[in-house]
Design a protein around this ligand. Structure first.
Ligand code: NAD
Length: 376
C-alpha cells in the first residue's frame, strides 16, 4: 500500500528537525553546532537515506562505497534503466524490491519515506529533469557537477527546489577535502600576504570515441564542463571573490574525435582586486592536475589537486599534509548536517549556477576569437 508522502515527511521533520528554511533543529542555545549535529544523529532512528539515480562508474566505484563509510548517510534506493543492474545492486546492498526504480517509475519515490535525498549521477544534460522530478517528489537533491549544460536549466533546478522547500547541492567534493580547505585558509587569512596570481589546471586523457562525454547533447561541452570546472572552482574559492572578466582559447589536436565538444581550453580570469587566475583543462594528455597560489610573501600549492585522493600540499616553506579522507563521504555527511540544522549547503545550486555562467562566458570568448567577455 502507498504511504502518503506528505504525512511521512511531516513525521520525520517533526521528530528530527530535518528540513530547509523553517525546519531548524530545536536544541538549547548553549550547544555548539557540532553538538547539535551529534545530537541530531543520535536522535535519528536511521541515517539520511540516499537514492542514487544513474548507476554508472561514479555511483558504483565512489558513491556506494562512500555511503558505507559515511557517518550520517546510507543507501536507501537505486534508479536505473537496467533491471539486471537493479537486481545486482539489490543483492549487493540488501535493498528491498520497493526501493528499486526505473527512470519511468522514479516519481513513485515520493511515496518512499526511506529516501530523503536524491543523488543525481547521470550525464550532464539529464541533471535538470531529475532534479525537478525529485523536488516534485518532495526530496532534497545532491546533483553531480557540472550542475547542467545551460544557465536556464540551472535556474529551473534552483526554482524547483526552492518552490518545494528542498535543499539543492552540487557535487563539489573538493570544497570538503582538508588540503583544499587548508589552501583556502592560507589564501583567506593572507598567511603569506594577499594572493596575486593563481594557476589551476585539471585534465586527463579521454580514451575511446564512444561515450556520452563526447556528445554535445548529453555532455554540453568537453573537458571544460567535465574537469575544467574543478580548476574554475579552485580559482574562485582561493580568490574568495567573483571574477569580472574572462578570456579563453581552445586548441584541438583531434578534430574528428572532438567534433562536438572541446578538447583543450586555456582561460584567464580577472578579479576585482586585480588578482589574475590562469586556468587550463584538457582531454588530450594525462597528469594535468594542479592548484597554485602566489602571494606577496610566498606561494602554496596542491599537486594531484583534484583527484579522488593523493593530494600533496606544499608551501614555499615546506610540505603540508592531512590524513586521507573520502571526499564523497565527507560531502554527503556535510549535506546531512545541513539538512539537520537547516543551514544552506556551501555548494548550493547558486554556486553551481555561478560556474555554469562563467563556463558559458568562456565558450563565448572562444567564439569571439579570444576577446574578453565581461562577467556580471
Ligand atoms: P557513467 O557514464 O559511468 O554513468 C552514467 C550513468 O547514466 C550510467 O549508469 C548510464 O546507464 C546512465 N545513463 C542514462 N541515460 C544515459 C544516456 N542517454 N547516455 C549515457 N548514459 C546514460 O558516467 P559517470 O562518470 O558516472 O558520470 C556521471 C555524472 O557524474 C556526470 O555528471 C559526471 O560529470 C559526474 N562525475 C563527477 C565526478 C566527481 O568527482 N564529482 C566524477 C565522475 C563523474
Amino acid at each position: 500500500m502507498k504511504e502518503d508522502p506528505s504525512a511521512s515527511r511531516r513525521g520525520f521533520l517533526r521528530n528530527f528537525g530535518f528540513g530547509f528554511g523553517g525546519g531548524v533543529l530545536r536544541v538549547g542555545g548553549m550547544l555548539g553546532k557540532l553538538e547539535k549535529i551529534a545530537e541530531a544523529a543520535q536522535n535519528l532512528d536511521r541515517k539520511v537515506g540516499f537514492a542514487l539515480v544513474g548507476l554508472g562508474s561514479l555511483a558504483t566505484n565512489q558513491i556506494a562505497p562512500a555511503l558505507l563509510k559515511s557517518k550520517y548517510c546510507s543507501l536507501a534506493a537505486v534508479v536505473s534503466s537496467d533491471p539486471q543492474k537493479l537486481q545486482r545492486w539489490s543483492t549487493q546492498y540488501k535493498l528491498p524490491e520497493n526501493c528499486l526504480y526505473s527512470y519511468e517509475t522514479f516519481d513513485q519515490i515520493a511515496y518512499n519515506s526511506a529516501v530523503d535525498v536524491v543523488y543525481i549521477l547521470l550525464p550532464n544534460s539529464m541533471h535538470s529533469e531529475f532534479t525537478v522530478r525529485a523536488a516534485h517528489a518532495g526530496k532534497h537533491v545532491l546533483c553531480e557537477k557540472p550542475m547542467e549544460v545551460s544557465v536556464e536549466k540551472c535556474e529551473r533546478m534552483i526554482e524547483a527546489c526552492q518552490s518545494a522547500g528542498k535543499q539543492l547541492a552540487i557535487g563539489y567534493r573538493c570544497q570538503f577535502e582538508p588540503h583544499h580547505l587548508e589552501m583556502i585558509r592560507l589564501a583567506r587569512q593572507q598567511v603569506y600576504g594577499p594572493v596575486r596570481l593563481i594557476e589551476a589546471s585539471f585534465g586527463f586523457r579521454l580514451e575511446g570515441a564512444e561515450q556520452w562525454r563526447l556528445k554535445r547533447e548529453l555532455a554540453g561541452g568537453g573537458a571544460l564542463m567535465d574537469v575544467g570546472i574543478y580548476a574554475l572552482q579552485g580559482a574562485r574559492y582561493l580568490a574568495g571573490e567573483e571574477p569580472i572578466e574572462v578570456t579563453a582559447h581552445e586548441t584541438k589536436s583531434d578534430p574528428e574525435k572532438f567534433s562536438e565538444v572541446d578538447e583543450s581550453i586555456f582561460w584567464t580570469l580577472k578579479f576585482p582586486s586585480g588578482l589574475i587566475a590562469n586556468c587550463a583543462t584538457t582531454y588530450l594528455v594525462p597528469g594535468m592536475n594542479r592548484l597554485w597560489a602566489g602571494a606577496d610573501q610566498g606561494s602554496f600549492e596542491l599537486t594531484s589537486a583534484f583527484g579522488y585522493d593523493g593530494q600533496k600540499g606544499q608551501t614555499h616553506k615546506g610540505p603540508f599534509s592531512f590524513p586521507a579522507t573520502d571526499h564523497f563521504a565527507v560531502q554527503m555527511d556535510d549535506f546531512a548536517q545541513c539538512l539537520a540544522t537547516g543551514k544552506k549547503s556551501k555548494v548550493s545550486g547558486e554556486e553551481g549556477l555561478r560556474d555554469v555562467k562563467i563556463i558559458t562566458a568562456i565558450y563565448e570568448s572562444i567564439k569571439l576569437g579570444g576577446q574578453p567577455v565581461q562577467l556580471c
